[in-house]
Each structure stands twice: as C-alpha cells, then as structure tokens.
Design a binder for this molecule. Structure first.
Ligand SMILES: Nc1ncnc2c1ncn2[C@@H]1O[C@H](COP(=O)(O)OP(=O)(O)OP(=O)(O)O)[C@@H](O)[C@H]1O
Ligand SMILES: [Mg+2]
Length: 169
C-alpha cells in the first residue's frame, strides 16, 4: 500500500488483501451515524472493502454482494448497514428503505451505487472512489471527505496506515 495525503486521502491498493485490510482499519475507526458512499465501476473493490469493515467490526458474518435485498445489517462491535442500490430502477423505490430512520440508529452505513440516496441523506459524508490501476490487481482508492468529521476520519486512517507501514513492512 502506498499513500498520499491532503484533504482527500488516496491509497494505492496492490491486491484484494490490501483493500480488505484498508476496510479493517476503517472498521476500527467507525462511529455510530457514520455515512459512506462507495463509487466506482463494477468489480472495482467496493464490496471487498465493506467485507474488511465487517471483519474490523468483528462481525461473525462478513459482507458479500447482496443477491436480492438492497439492505443488509451486520452485527458487530458497531452494527453496519450495507446497501447496494445497483438494482434500484427508480428513486421511488428508496422510500420503503426508510434511510432517514437508519441514519438515526446507533449504526454505521456504507452504500454502493448510492447516488440516488445522496440528496435525501446528510450533507456530511465520506465518498470513497474506486478506480482500476494499471494492472489487474491494482486499485486507486480515494477517500473524499465532506465535512470536518470526515476530514478527521481521513487523518485517523492516514495515521493508522503510516503506523502499519512503519511497523509491519
Ligand atoms: N486491489 C484490489 N482491490 C480490490 N479488489 C481487487 C483488487 N485486485 C483485484 N480485485 C478483484 O476485483 C473484484 C472486486 O469485487 P467487488 O465485488 O469488491 O467489486 P464491487 O466494486 O463491489 O463491484 P459491484 O459494483 O459489482 O458491486 C474481486 O474479484 C477482487 O478479487
Ligand atoms: Mg459490490
């Protein structure tokens, strides 16, 4: 893993394991009410990162791509709602999900393909962008914070990664 730091935090993942490990680090930082949108093309690594987050939260069940439901709740040190709205055909289908109510819970929320949900939720959130790199196993992962709380999360992730690189590589 390599890193670069300003307001945004950009991380070069060199393998699926790198991306999952980044999720584990994120899981150790998450707090109730935290809201993350994950964007990037099919197969760019969004679900794999959420899987790492569930591992970091010590959930018995690890996140996978949902086959049917749009929302799945994982129980761990902090509950995590994982939403994948890829199959949403019109914004009206969001209503039964009662996203505003999820936001009130003592849980964190990570949403794939969530553009349609962005307007109705908070103006403060983290957007994580996933891009494919030059080779098959490379992904460029950019944490874009909206609001001071999420800038602080970026500083924490940066510190944790720096610490891991110094001690384990
Ligand atoms: N550095 C990497 N980080 C993440 N995934 C990687 C990496 N290199 C290769 N891969 C592969 O890319 C795929 C990522 O799949 P994943 O389901 O996480 O994507 P996704 O962004 O959630 O896709 P979708 O939009 O279909 O939900 C996996 O097959 C994984 O093994
Ligand atoms: Mg996915």
């Amino acid at each position: 893993m390599e890193k670069e730091h300003d307001d945004k935090l950009r991380i070069w993942s060199e393998s699926p394991a790198d991306t999952e490990e980044l999720g584990v680090i994120l899981g150790s930082i998450l707090q109730p009410g935290d809201l993350f949108f994950l964007s990037g093309e099919l197969g760019s690594g969004k679900t794999l990162m959420v899987r790492g987050v569930t591992a970091g939260l010590k959930s018995e069940e690890l996140a996978t791509s949902p086959t049917f439901a749009l929302v799945h709740r994982y129980e761990g040190e902090l509950p995590l709602y994982h939403l994948d709205l890829y199959r949403l055909s019109e914004p009206g289908e969001l209503e039964p999900l009662a996203l505003e109510e999820l936001m009130e819970e003592e849980a964190a929320i990570m949403i794939e393909w969530g553009d349609s949900a962005k307007e109705i939720l908070s103006s403060s959130y983290m957007e994580i962008e996933f891009l494919r790199g030059e080779n098959d196993n490379q992904r460029i992962i950019t944490f874009c914070p909206f609001g001071e709380h999420y800038r602080r999360i970026n500083r924490l992730i940066y510190e944790k990664i720096t610490y891991e690189i110094r001690n384990f590589k």
